[in-house]
Ligand binder design. Structure first.
Ligand SMILES: *[C@@H]1O[C@H](CO)[C@@H](O)[C@H](O)[C@H]1NC(C)=O
Ligand SMILES: *[C@@H]1O[C@H](CO)[C@@H](O)[C@H](O)[C@H]1NC(C)=O
Ligand SMILES: *[C@@H]1O[C@H](CO)[C@@H](O)[C@H](O)[C@H]1NC(C)=O
Ligand SMILES: *[C@@H]1O[C@H](CO)[C@@H](O)[C@H](O)[C@H]1NC(C)=O
Ligand SMILES: *[C@@H]1O[C@H](CO)[C@@H](O)[C@H](O)[C@H]1NC(C)=O
Length: 479
């Protein structure tokens, strides 16, 4: 979840020239990145990118895909040797699909209720349709209500990692009680979230919720418990009310489940069963991520009352998360082995063992160079591609877990005719196979090695005029 991987579409791949890679799907209202690599560049090259619809330019380099845009657009990329010089050293274009309901913005606080001197932890993130976090620029403001004065403003916040922006605000010892508001502005749109600030009351007793770390199966129940003890250790006797629901993130919206309320006697501790099937529909999207929000409230026989909250229980429809380890490199050296490591975990981050995952490496969809089946051990699985062909410029690496009756393409709403420029990784057939995020990794060759390959070619009579497009015999297209 934390690894920001981009899905790239090769626009043109010419051994001795340039490589343009762009996301396969553009999202309206989002800044998308297009990467251009010029192999063996001898002079500075000005690269320009333009997005146009029906012949009209709608976005240029360093601008945002206009919000409200939807459908097919033309992405043009060109490079000029120098500003003064005329002509292109390369020029190409492709059709891009723009998805309008691009992203969803979520604002979360670590607690629903704060007391004086508490620190409010705020998390803001934006997710793409595939639940992949996207880096965004935010303007955040914190307001207190009922007085409505602005407490703090965070300007131009940009996530450093993983699309998540964290903020914190320490409440004073005498804050205004009541509802406080967080406003977040992203791409001209404002989102809000409120939390409560309440008076601090010295607790008569301590109340702790002991929830399960995660829900193993959405259709069955888990045990949870609550303990209530006076500070000197004596168990609290009284009445316990548990109020719980699932708070989740589905596609483009926040999903709040049905509340389930249970009342029972408590004598120091009490157990109750936690059944998410009573709180949420089971047919949520496969990428559903949520937590169980539990409020526990105890009224002791001496009349004092205490309430506590917990939302640490993860609810994922897919129990297994797969990601590349941090050490796994994104470059390879042609002719040498390539080693990679995958981390296989449960929703609480604990290692998952005995999970079968597949690894595939391809130069093009028809040119598979490696397939392997791995079984995770201690939450890890390693693989080694014995040798990557010398001629390879790009390798598509895909790691997935097979899941039989699962069709992600419906969930994503991907049109059946994907268009010729789409990398087949996006076709419904492939998507159906991968149960976890369809994260593909483009592994680019180390620039120095691209250079080495060229030199070698030159010695055997290659052409050095890389600035011009080569005849197709010397070109390799990947699609
Ligand atoms: C643009 O790129 C495609 C490959 O994606 C290639 O077939 C085509 O020849 C290129 N066009 C030009 C003008 O270079
Ligand atoms: C944000 O805060 C959470 C919890 O405090 C922490 O786990 C996470 O690493 C932080 N993320 C960043 C990008 O600072
Ligand atoms: C917060 O957002 C909701 C939903 O978009 C909106 O209905 C509500 O008016 C907003 N509240 C404030 C105080 O802006
Ligand atoms: C249960 O919790 C929700 C969310 O805070 C609240 O709106 C609702 O009133 C609670 N119900 C009871 C009976 O406490
Ligand atoms: C709660 O469950 C635990 C383990 O299942 C058990 O040891 C304990 O006695 C139970 N407590 C109550 C109050 O029923």
């Amino acid at each position: 979840m934390t690894l920001a991987l981009e899905l790239w579409l090769p626009l043109a791949l010419i051994l001795q020239g340039y490589l343009v890679a762009a996301p396969s799907l553009f999202r309206a209202g989002v800044e998308e990145s297009v990467s251009v690599t010029i192999f063996n560049a001898k002079a500075e090259t000005r690269v320009q990118v333009q997005l146009s619809v029906k012949g009209q330019a709608v976005a240029h380099s360093h601008s945002t895909v206009p919000s409200g845009l939807r459908g097919q657009a033309l992405l043009k990329v060109w490079g000029n040797r120098q500003l003064t010089e005329r002509g292109y050293i390369f020029h190409n274009y492709t059709t891009i699909t723009v998805e309008s309901k691009g992203s969803a913005v979520f604002i979360q606080t670590d607690k629903p209720i704060y007391k004086p001197k508490h620190k409010v932890l705020i998390k803001v993130y934006t997710v793409a349709p595939d639940m992949r976090p996207i880096n965004e620029k935010y303007l955040n403001e914190l307001f207190q209500d009922p007085r409505g004065s602005r407490m703090i403003q965070w300007k131009s916040l940009k996530s450093v990692c993983c699309g998540i922006v964290n903020m914190s605000f320490p409440l004073s010892d005498q804050p205004v009680f009541g509802e406080w508001f967080i406003f977040v502005e992203v791409q001209g749109q404002t989102y809000n979230k409120s939390f409560e600030v309440q008076k601090y009351v010295i607790p008569k007793f301590e109340l702790v919720i002991v929830p399960p770390p995660y829900i193993r199966d959405l259709s069955s129940c888990e045990q949870a418990s609550v303990t209530a003890r006076y500070t000197f250790g004596k168990p609290v006797t009284g009445k316990l009310t548990v109020n719980m629901t699932v708070n989740g993130v589905g596609y483009y919206r926040h999903e709040m489940g049905q509340p389930v309320i249970k009342t029972m006697e408590i004598k120091g501790s009490a157990n109750f069963s936690l059944c998410v099937k009573d709180m949420m529909p089971l047919d949520v999207a496969d990428h559903f991520r949520g937590t169980v929000s539990i409020w526990a409230s105890v009224t002791s026989i001496d009349g004092s009352r205490q309430t506590t909250f917990d939302d640490s229980t993860a609810v994922h429809k897919q129990l297994i998360d797969i990601k590349y380890s941090k050490e796994t490199r994104k470059q390879f050296k042609p002719g040498l082995p390539y080693k990679g490591k995958i981390e296989v975990t449960y929703p609480d981050g604990s290692p998952a063992d005995g999970v079968r995952v597949r690894v595939k490496a391809e130069l093009t969809p028809k040119d598979n160079i490696y397939t392997s089946e791995l079984i995770s051990k201690d939450g890890e699985a390693t693989f080694e591609i014995p040798s990557i062909p010398i001629a390879a410029q790009y390798v598509w690496l895909e790691v997935f877990k097979e899941m039989a009756d699962f069709d992600v393409s419906d969930v994503f709403g991907v049109p059946k005719d994907d268009g010729h420029m789409w990398w087949p990784g996006l076709s419904s057939k492939r998507r159906r196979r991968s149960s976890v995020f369809p994260w593909h990794w483009d592994i680019t060759k180390d620039a120095r090695f691209a250079f080495t390959v060229r030199k070698h070619r030159n010695r055997v009579g290659g052409d050095d005029r890389y600035g011009e497009l080569k005849p197709s015999a010397e070109r390799r297209d990947v699609h």
